[in-house]
Structure formats: C-alpha cells, structure tokens
Design a protein around this ligand. Structure first.
Ligand SMILES: Nc1ncnc2c1ncn2[C@@H]1O[C@H](COP(=O)(O)OP(=O)(O)OP(=O)(O)O)[C@@H](O)[C@H]1O
Length: 758
C-alpha cells in the first residue's frame, strides 16, 4: 500500500473518530444541562429548608439535621456536574486533533492496532478508539523501537512484538503529517512543533515526548528524582507531563491538591497554567519559595531572592559570603538542632500573652511552667506539656470567672438574639445551671484570642531563640567580632520586623522542631523547578515540612543567576549528600530544544564546559552583536527592538537587574507597545517587554535582546550564568546590544557576528 493510500485510510478513521467526539460532546452537554438543573433544584430546596426558626430549640435541632442532609445532596450534585465537566474538557481536548500516535503490536499471537491521544475514547461496544498516553501499553510508543518490547502492567511485565510505529500531526481533523518511524519520536514532527512561534502559554509536549523525558515522566520508584538539564531541555515540560501521569496512575489516592510545585516567579505560574488543563487535568498547587516562607513567618518581612540578588550585585564582602554559605548548608540546621539539645537547662524565649492590653499569661509564668517540666524530656515534649498546662489554666480561669460580676453584667446586657445564639451554637439544654454554662461559653468566646495564641504557639519567640543559639555557636569562619556584629544586625532587623532570606530557614526549622509543628502530611509530591536557586538548607527544610512527599528537583547549574555572585555549587553532589538516606535517581538532559541551533551553539560557547550540550537541528538566523557608541546606545537599542517587533510579536529586552530595566524604559516611555515588567506581573503582554533576567527565568520569547553586553556590564566569568540564561530565553532570534567595549565573555564567539555601528 502506498503512503497516500494509507493516508487516505487514516484520514477516514480520523473523520469517523472526530464525528464520534462531536456526538459525545453533544451528549455530555445535555447531561451537564440536566445535572445543572438538578443542582439548581436541590439548592433551591436547600434554601427553603434552611429558613430556620431560631427561637425554638427543637426546631433548630431538626433544621440542623435537615441542613446536613441537604448539604450532602448539594455536594453530590456539584460533584456529578464536575465529573461531567471534566469529561467534556477531555473530549474538547481531543477535538480537532484526536490522536498523535499509532502502534501495531502482536501480543500472545493476536494483532492489535492502538491509537494514542491525550485521553481514552471508547465506542458503543467498549472498544478503544483512542488509548490514553498514560496507559501502560502506551509507554511502548515513547520507548520502544520495532521488534520485541516490554511494558509494565499491573500484573507484571508483558512482552509484545512492535510491528509499526506511526506518528501523526492532525490539525482541524486533517492529517497534516504522517510518518512511520523506528525512533522514539522522529525528528520531522518535532522540527515542525519547535519551529512554531511561542505564545503567552506553554504548550504540552505529549505528542513528541523524547526518550529521557519519558523516563522522568514515568518514574514512580525514586524518593528523589533529580534532573540536571541544560537550558531548554524540557525540564519544565517534563514535570508538567509527569504531574498528569502521576495523577492518572494514582487517581484513587491522590488529586491535584496533594501536589505542590515550587515555581520561580508569578509570571511562570501563569505561563504554565494551560498545560495540565490541555491534558484534561486540574492544575496542582503552586507557590514561590518566598510565598512559602512568608506564609509561615507572618508578621515579618522576609527578604526575597530578587531583593537579595539586587543587593548582592552592589556589594558582597568575603565574610558575608562565608557566613551565608554556612547558613545555607544542611549542616547549619543540624548544628542548630544539636545546640538546642545540648542546652537542656536553657529556658526557651517566651512572650507574654496579652489580652485587653494586659498580660494574661506573663513570660515569667510560662518560663516557670517550662522549667518545672522534667528536663529529661525532649524539648518538643517539654514545650507541649507547657502548652497543655497553659490551656488547662485558661480553662480553669473560664470556670472561675464565670461568676464574676463583670461576666454576669455582660450576660445581662446581651441582646435576646445574642443570648439565644449562645444557646443554639452550643446546644445548651434547659437546666438549673444553664446560666453558668452560658457564662462559660460566653467567656470561651471572649477568651478565644488567648486560646488561639496558645494553639498557634505565639507565646514562644523563635527569633530570640535563634539569636541565642547563634551566640552560643562555636565557629571559626570569621573573627568573633564579625560574628557578633552579624547577630546584632539580625536583632536590629527583627526589631524592624524584617529578616534576611538566609536566616529565615534557620528560624523556621528551629520553630518547627521546638513546637513540633509546620508539618504537612497530605502532600505526596513536591516539584521544584530551577532548583539551582535553592540552598541545601531550604531543600532540607522543604523535605522536613512534607515528610510524605516524593521530590522531583529540576535544575541547570549553568543558569545559576541568583546565587552565582557568591557560590559555585555542584548541585548533584550536594543533593546526593543531603538526601543520602533516600532513593535518588539522577537524570541528565543534554539535548536542548528551545532555540535554533545557531542560538544554542552561541550560548554554549559562553560556558566553560558547554561541549556536552547538544543543539537541536532547527536552523535559523545567526545571533547578532550590535556595538553602539555611548551616545547612540539607547537610540540603537530602541530601533533594534522596534525592528524586531515588526517580525516577532514579542521581543524581550533582558537586563541584569531592575534598575537597568527602568533606565531603558525611560528612553522608551513615549512608546505604547513597550511594557516594563516587574515582580508583580502575572502575565506577559505582547509587544516589546523590558525585564530583569530573574523575572524571565523558565520563560521563553520569540526574540530576545540582551541589554548592554559590554565589558563594563559583564566584566568577568561571574556574569556567565546571567548572560547564558538571557541568551537561552530566545527561541528564534537573539541580538546582543553593546555600549562601547564588548564583554570579554564574547571573545569565543565568531567575529563575523559583530556589526559595528556608528
Ligand atoms: N519533547 C518535546 N517536544 C516538543 N517540544 C519540546 C519538547 N521538549 C521541550 N520542548 C520545548 O522546548 C522548550 C523548552 O522547554 P522547557 O521550558 O520545558 O525547558 P527547560 O529545561 O525547563 O528550560 P529552562 O531551564 O531553560 O527554563 C519549550 O518550548 C518546550 O515546549
């Protein structure tokens, strides 16, 4: 059969499946409409049944039972609607491009032909028209070469003979490309996908997942999956596919709420937000490191990574570097813990619990309780006993105060409604001591802030405790007076409700150890993108906070933008040391997909060990280095950007820091197509964008201009990571503008790229 004949046959099948999808969507739409009506009916019913009579206790109790029942009915109806909507989303995702792969296999002597798409579709007889890409048998499509292949099933390993592997590119239900291949996924389709222009949202890569990416996606055995992948190698794409894969395979025990992704910035969160829905799944939770820390340290302003980077760029003394590197190590947290345990005689730093402007429990009283608990107990146990004693004392106070005149007066002054509310809220039955019970409930409500303070451990001051341990710490990193000055400066900052990033994890870890808190058992998977920006102390703290979570860590040592001014770390070794007790799987990705071969090769030359990076064979224009005289620089930059914007709808001018971005913007301020992007932006508009590189981490743009790659702005190898990261954001076009003298970092680039302009 010629390829045209088989294409015609395949097209017929696409038409048949497309019609089936359209029919199914119509059917599911009808079911949604019915379900919606049903939910509305139950909700109306619920509304009527909850018009309560609050004055009659009997009525109230009856209403409560009925309300519970109605609530359950509403929840069920909503759940039903959600399932239908999710089915519809899956069908819509299949519309226009129902599948992308076909495998012909022989299993136990029987021939079978399977089509693979983003989700399963069955016909009326239950036969599979499309297999979900995550089904065990679909693994063959991504992994196998023709011949005998294996795949995992719930009953063990199955062997099949793979006879044919076919790839499709189907757009608007028309087969645009079709290839038989023996490779994982042949180059032709990948070429075509990568050649497209990017838009505001990242796309899924389900149709063209590559072999090593597939290993990342389908790994279910490792506790720690560490991916060291070069820029544009598909790390982020692979994690999103992996989330979808894990959700499918653990759907009875896990949903999207059990997964947390640590993302580099808010723009990134928006950029990736469409990938999981396009695979028929809900997005996982997302948090930046700073949000995570700040949420846990409310009341103080923790320095952000970006703020610190901006400061570091100006000045970073050697002693600061030494101290910081120490505080950022996993060993530092161990030392804090050790020191705390070595001082059983030490009284923790407690705080008064203030109520109505006066101490309710004084720190002296709390300290006394703590000191009276047997010192042989572990510190968290002593802390817990102290807390329990305080709660008991509060309960006693409530009991004792109930007959106080001021309480009785306040109860007398309650409105009928409030009085009745206390009775119904607490189910208080009529009896001789009803008034006393009411008084206690009233006091319980009044003293609720004290109870909250106890439950939330506000009577313990982790900052002072941290300072105490720092002053006890034996160190030989820096002279004692410098260490002392460092402690004083933390103290001053705390007074001003501020905290350095490198101290924040120490404070949190210490607080959690002492209070036995901060642990979330529900999270089953943690993903950390751009892990090269994390310190080992941060990773240790995250692992401690989510003890049941497996971790997927993705990074690129060459994109160490935020910390390269003070550290040169070997992520793989450090992570292996930190998590030596866990099952670690390390995967390296050397193939870069994002940029044209010209751009990847250019960026690679910047790196001292760039030779292992493989460019994808997609050809494009050579990068350009434009050198301007001082006075012409901004005019030249502006014209370059406008020219590129004629061809590319987004052109990003990337700078080292915010100040440079702002300075450029002043030269552009008359242009409406120009946007100065800052840390609060949640989405990327089209046009010319100006932003510091740290906000562009993880993102990509059709055209990139690197701002001022001069000897002054990029003087030595400490700037390599920044420049490399800037260059690798470009998909199709890269221009480097230079004010006067070219940076020595560009010395290895071909001289032909340079265009000198006067
Ligand atoms: N298998 C693939 N099929 C199609 N496109 C791919 C594939 N792998 C990666 N890409 C594309 O390459 C680009 C880079 O991918 P991604 O952002 O996931 O890489 P990354 O390793 O996270 O990059 P960086 O570390 O530089 O931010 C994206 O446009 C992505 O869609």
């Amino acid at each position: 059969m010629t390829i045209n004949q088989s294409k015609a046959e395949e097209q017929q099948r696409v038409n048949m499946v497309a019609t089936k999808i359209d029919d199914d969507i119509k059917r599911v739409d009808q079911s949604i409409a019915q379900a919606h009506q049903e939910t509305g009916r139950i909700e109306r019913n619920y509304g009527e049944n909850t018009k309560v009579n609050t004055t009659e206790v009997d009525d109230q109790m009856e209403t409560n039972a009925s309300v519970q029942q109605q609530k359950q009915l509403v929840a069920l109806a909503v759940e039903n609607e959600n399932i239908l909507n999710s089915n519809k989303l899956k069908l819509e995702n299949l519309q226009g491009s129902p599948y992308f792969g076909r495998i012909d296999i022989v299993e136990d002597g029987e021939e079978d032909c399977l089509y693979i798409g983003t989700s399963t579709l069955q016909d009326e007889n239950g036969d599979f028209l499309i297999y979900d890409w995550r089904a065990p048998v679909s693994g063959i499509y991504y992994n196998g070469v023709l011949g005998k292949v294996h795949y995992q099933t719930p009953n063990g390993t199955a062997e099949v003979d793979l006879k044919k592997k076919r790839q499709f590119q189907i757009i608007h239900n028309k087969i645009r490309n079709m290839f038989d291949t023996n490779e994982t996924v042949g180059d032709e389709i990948l070429q075509s996908v990568l050649g497209e222009y990017s838009d505001e949202y990242m796309k899924n890569i389900v149709a063209t997942i590559q072999h090593e990416q597939n290993t990342i996606i389908r790994d279910t055995h490792s506790d720690i999956l560490l991916v060291q992948g070069v820029a544009g190698s598909g790390k982020t794409s692979a994690i999103l596919q992996r989330v979808a894969y894990l959700l499918y395979h653990s759907r009875s025990t896990m949903n999207a709420d059990n997964i947390v992704l640590f993302s580099p910035n808010k723009l990134f969160s928006n950029y990736i937000s469409e990938v999981l829905p396009s695979l028929g799944e809900r997005n996982m939770r997302q948090v930046t490191l700073n949000e995570f820390i700040s949420l846990r340290l409310s009341g103080v302003q923790v320095e952000t990574l970006f703020e610190r980077y901006e400061k570091d760029e100006r000045n970073l003394p050697e002693t600061t570097i030494k101290i910081r590197l120490y505080k950022e190590s996993g060993a530092f947290l161990d030392h804090l813990e050790q020191l705390e345990n070595d001082h059983p005689e030490h009284t923790l730093y407690f705080e008064d619990i203030i109520f109505d402007g006066k101490p309710f429990f004084t720190k002296e009283e709390i300290s006394e309780i703590y000191n009276n608990v047997n010192h042989a107990y572990h510190i968290p146990d002593r802390f817990l006993k102290t807390k329990n004693i305080l709660i008991k004392r509060l309960q006693k106070r409530i009991h004792a105060d109930r007959n106080e005149d001021w309480v009785q007066d306040e109860i007398d002054n309650l409105s009928d409604e409030d009085f009745q509310q206390i009775i119904t809220d607490h189910d208080i039955e009529e009896s001789t001591n009803q008034r006393e019970i009411i008084a206690e409930e009233f006091l319980r409500e009044r003293y609720a802030p004290i109870y909250n303070a106890l439950i939330n451990n506000y009577f313990f001051n982790p900052y002072k405790e941290y300072l105490f341990l720092m002053s006890e710490m034996k160190q030989d990193l820096v002279p004692d007076n410098i260490w002392q000055t460092m402690i004083e400066s933390i103290d001053d900052q705390i007074e001003a409700h501020k905290l350095n990033l490198s101290d924040s994890v120490g404070v949190l870890y210490l607080r959690d150890l002492i209070t036995d808190g901060g642990i979330n058992h529900a999270i089953q998977h943690i993903f950390i993108d751009e892990v090269q920006d994390y310190t080992m102390a941060q990773l240790k703290y995250i692992a401690h906070s989510f003890p049941n979570a497996k971790m997927t860590l993705l990074g690129d040592r060459a994109q160490d933008v935020l910390t390269s001014s003070y550290r040169k770390n070997d992520l793989v070794t450090e992570v292996n040391e930190l998590f030596h007790k866990k099952r670690i799987n390390t995967i390296t990705l050397n193939q870069s997909y994002r940029s044209t071969a010209e751009i990847t090769n250019f960026a690679t030359k910047l790196l001292p060990n760039g030779s292992e990076i493989k460019a994808f064979s997609r050809q494009g224009e050579d990068p350009v280095i434009k050198v301007f005289d001082d006075q012409d620089y901004y005019q030249g930059l502006k014209e370059t950007a406008k020219e590129l914007n004629q061809k590319y709808d987004t052109v990003a001018i990337l700078t080292r820091n915010q100040a440079q971005a702002e300075q450029i913007y002043t030269h552009f301020s008359d242009e409406s197509i120009v946007t100065l992007v800052d840390a609060n932006f949640r989405s990327i508009p089209k046009g010319i964008l100006i932003l510091p590189i740290y906000l562009a981490k993880g993102l990509e743009f059709n055209a990139v201009i690197a701002h001022d790659v001069s000897a002054k702005n990029y003087p030595d190898e400490r700037s390599i990571d920044v420049l490399y990261t800037i260059c690798t954001r470009a998909m199709h076009s890269l221009t480097l503008c230079v004010d006067n003298d070219i940076s020595p970092l560009l010395s290895k680039e071909p001289q032909t790229l340079i265009s000198e302009l006067d």
